[in-house]
Design a protein around this ligand. Structure first.
Ligand SMILES: Cc1cc2nc3c(=O)[nH]c(=O)nc-3n(C[C@H](O)[C@H](O)[C@H](O)COP(=O)(O)O)c2cc1C
Length: 219
């Protein structure tokens, strides 16, 4: 069972107010993006980065965000085609959000040169929910900034027929970059990186959603 006392992350992010009618008319309904907070470690730093990221998503046109916080989900590591009622109840916290999403942002720390087991577990519990959707990757850690975790996730997501967007945001020695209130001490570079990443994610989500409206994704 999940005994974490990890700090929670905001449940949702309101869609950004559209200030650009041309953007709205060219892209249609907002892209539903599920922001997956990958760490469930007791005393985790993840919520600080997650709140920063949600601020960037709220400030970007064309997204409607939902949060999947893995500290709030208690899935067993033993997979099953006949899950117990208890497991079905846990899946109900996450599966509908993944299924409804047009796109994902995965927030991952780096543990021992890769991403955490909590993230692999939720990935493996699902299949079609990921298929033919884009995913953006935001990472943090020690000196590496989680970049090795990101590259490992790209391999996993390719297997699930996902598109990983090229640009990422990474926080090296993350703890030192944010103040006690969770504000980034010198945000300009990270904000520019997030803007580029979110632009790419939105384009891919729009493109894939539009394509799937006229032709289902083949095997
Ligand atoms: C088990 C473990 C392994 C770690 N391995 C690495 C690593 O390989 N590279 C790195 O840069 N940081 C590593 N770190 C540091 C974490 O990335 C950093 O503490 C981060 O804040 C952890 O995210 P969390 O606090 O949200 O769980 C590791 C931390 C833990 C707990």
């Amino acid at each position: 069972m999940n005994t974490t006392t990890a700090k929670a992350v905001s449940e949702s992010a309101s869609p950004a107010a559209s200030t650009d009618p041309a953007f709205a008319s060219s892209t249609g309904t907002p892209v539903k993006v599920a922001v997956i907070v990958g760490s469930n470690r007791e005393g985790r730093f993840g919520p600080v980065v997650a709140e920063w990221l949600l601020g960037r998503v709220r400030g970007h046109e064309g997204f409607e965000a939902d949060v999947v916080d893995l500290a709030e989900v208690d899935l067993p590591t033993s997979l099953s085609y006949r899950p117990s009622a208890e497991v079905i109840a846990e899946l109900a916290k996450v599966t509908p959000k993944l299924a409804a999403a047009d796109a994902f942002i995965v927030l991952t720390p780096e543990y021992n040169h890769s991403y955490p087991a909590s993230l692999k577990n939720v990935i493996d519990w699902h299949h079609g929910e990921w298929r033919a959707k884009p995913v953006a990757l935001v990472s943090y850690g020690g000196i590496s900034g989680g970049l090795r975790a990101v590259e490992h996730l790209r391999q996993v997501f390719a297997e699930l027929h996902m598109v990983t967007v090229r640009d990422t945001v990474s926080f090296h020695n993350a703890g030192a970059l944010f103040d006690d209130e969770g504000a980034h001490r010198d945000p300009s570079v990270a904000e520019a990186a997030a803007k580029g990443m979110l632009d790419q994610l939105h384009w891919w989500a729009w493109a894939l959603r539009s394509a799937k409206e006229v032709r289902s994704y083949g095997s």
